[in-house]
Design a binder for this molecule. Structure first.
Ligand code: SAM
Length: 380
C-alpha cells in the first residue's frame, strides 16, 4: 500500500483501515483529498477569512487524511462510518501521537458548534448527499462555504442540481487528476425537506423496514436478502448475530423464530439506527436485542454465538474489495461456539464458498438461484 501522503506543505504517513487486510494497490486518500489540500494552501483561494480563523467541519473523511492534513487548524470530523472513525484514530496516532484528537461525530448526532467552513468528500449515495446538504443548511450560517470534492465522473449536472436545490448557489473547479471541487454557499431561504427516515414493507411478511438515508436497500428488498429470507436457520432460543445488518431486514425476520438474543452489527451508524427503528415497529419481540457499531465483529464483545447470518458488502466506499467479507467470515469463526453456523448470501461470482472452506474446513449450499447462493459453514 502506498502510505506517504505528500501534498503542498503536508507530509503524512497514512494507512487504510484495517491496515492488514488491504490490497497493495489501494491507499488511504485519493486525488480529491489532494486537490482540497492544495486548494486550501493556495494563496488565491476563495475563503472569506484565513483558514487559521475557521472552525472547520469535515464530512466523510474516509480514513482521516483530511483531518490529519488539517491538524494545525480547528477541525471536527463527521461521518456515518465506524471504519472511517477508526481510520482517523489510527492515522492521527501514527502522525501526532501527543496531540489531542479532533472531535469525531457520527451522523444523526446533533451538531451544536457553529462552523464557518465545511469540507465534504462526496458520498456514494445521492440520498445521503441530499440528507447531508439539508443538514448543513440547518446548522451553518447563511453564506458559509461548503467545499465538496470527488471524482470528476461522479459529478454530473444532476449532482450539481442537488447542491443548488438543497444548499445554495454552486460552482465547480476545473478537473485535476480526474477530480473536481464543488463550491456552494449556504442559502437559508431554501426549503427542501428530508425524505428520511422512510419506511417500506417486505411483501411476504408485512414487516416494515425503517431506513435512514445512508442505509443499504433503503427503498426495497435486496435480491440477495430476498433469497436468504426464504432460507433462514432455525434459531429458537439461540444467540444470533445479523452481521452487516443494514436496516435489519434479516434480523427482524429472525425475531419471529424466537431467538434468546439477537445482535445487530453494522459499521454504519445510520444502518444501526434503522435496524433499531425497524425492531421498535414490530408488534412482539421476545428476544433480548443488542446493537453494535463495529467494524465487522472487532468492536463487539459477543459470547456463545450459535448462528450468524450475513449478506456481506463488496465495496468499501467507492472501492470494490473482498477484504470486508474475509474479515466478517474470520471474525465469525472466532465468535461462534463449537457447532455454531455462519450462513451467508452472495452473488455467485463472488465465490464466498472458497473463503468459507478455507476458514471453516467445509461448506454446504443451502439454496441457489440464477444469481445468488446461500452458503453455510459450521465450526467444527
Ligand atoms: N443485511 C442487510 C441486507 O441484507 O439488506 C444489508 C446488507 S449490505 C450488502 C452490507 C452491510 O454491511 C451494509 O449495511 C454495510 O453498512 C455493512 N458493512 C460494510 N462494511 C462493514 C464493516 N466493515 N463492518 C460491519 N458492517 C459493514
Amino acid at each position: 500500500m502506498k502510505t506517504k501522503f505528500e501534498v503542498a506543505n503536508t507530509r503524512l504517513e497514512l494507512l487504510r483501515y484495517p491496515p492488514k487486510q488491504q490490497h497493495e494497490s489501494l491507499q488511504a486518500w485519493d486525488a480529491a483529498d489532494e486537490y482540497i489540500i492544495e486548494y486550501l494552501q493556495a494563496e488565491e483561494n476563495d475563503l472569506n477569512r484565513p483558514l487559521s480563523e475557521c472552525n472547520i467541519l469535515l464530512l466523510n473523511d474516509n480514513f482521516g487524511a483530511l483531518a490529519c492534513a488539517l491538524s494545525s487548524f480547528k477541525a471536527s470530523s463527521y461521518s456515518d462510518s465506524k471504519v472511517a472513525a477508526k481510520g482517523l484514530l489510527h492515522n492521527w496516532q501514527a502522525n501526532f501521537a501527543n496531540t489531542p484528537l479532533p472531535q469525531i461525530m457520527h451522523s444523526l448526532q446533533d451538531v451544536t458548534s457553529a462552523y464557518d467552513l465545511a469540507i465534504m468528500k462526496l458520498p456514494k449515495s445521492n440520498d445521503f448527499l441530499v440528507e447531508l446538504l439539508i443538514h448543513l443548511r440547518g446548522i451553518m450560517p447563511s453564506g458559509t462555504l461548503l467545499i465538496s470534492a470527488g471524482k470528476a465522473n461522479q459529478i454530473s449536472k444532476n449532482t450539481l442540481s442537488l447542491f443548488e436545490k438543497h444548499l445554495g448557489e454552486t460552482k465547480t473547479s476545473l478537473a485535476k487528476k480526474k477530480s473536481r471541487l464543488i463550491f456552494t454557499r449556504v442559502d437559508k431561504t431554501l426549503s427542501s425537506q428530508s425524505k428520511f427516515p422512510k419506511t417500506w414493507a417486505v411483501e411476504d411478511s408485512g414487516i416494515h423496514m425503517v431506513n435512514h438515508a445512508n442505509t443499504f436497500a433503503n427503498s426495497q428488498l435486496d435480491i440477495g436478502a430476498r433469497l436468504m429470507l426464504q432460507h433462514l436457520p432455525d434459531i429458537t432460543n439461540r444467540n444470533v448475530v445479523d452481521l452487516g445488518c443494514g436496516n435489519g431486514v434479516l434480523g427482524a425476520h429472525l425475531l419471529s423464530g424466537n431467538p434468546r438474543n439477537l445482535h445487530f452489527v453494522d459499521e454504519s451508524y445510520m444502518a444501526l439506527q434503522s435496524a433499531k427503528a425497524t425492531v421498535a415497529s414490530l408488534s412482539q419481540v421476545h428476544a433480548e436485542v443488542f446493537y453494535h457499531h463495529s467494524n465487522c465483529l472487532e468492536d463487539a464483545d459477543l459470547p456463545n454465538i450459535s448462528h450468524i447470518v450475513c449478506n456481506p458488502p463488496f465495496h468499501q466506499q467507492n472501492t470494490i474489495t473482498d477484504h470486508i467479507a474475509w474479515q466478517m467470515f474470520a471474525d465469525s469463526y472466532h465468535c461462534l461456539e463449537k457447532g455454531g453456523e455462519l450462513r451467508v448470501v452472495g452473488n455467485r461470482h463472488l465465490d464466498y464458498h472458497h473463503k468459507m472452506k478455507r476458514l471453516f474446513g467445509g461448506f454446504k449450499i443451502v439454496a441457489s438461484n440464477k444469481k445468488f447462493v446461500v452458503i453455510s459453514s459450521s465450526k467444527r
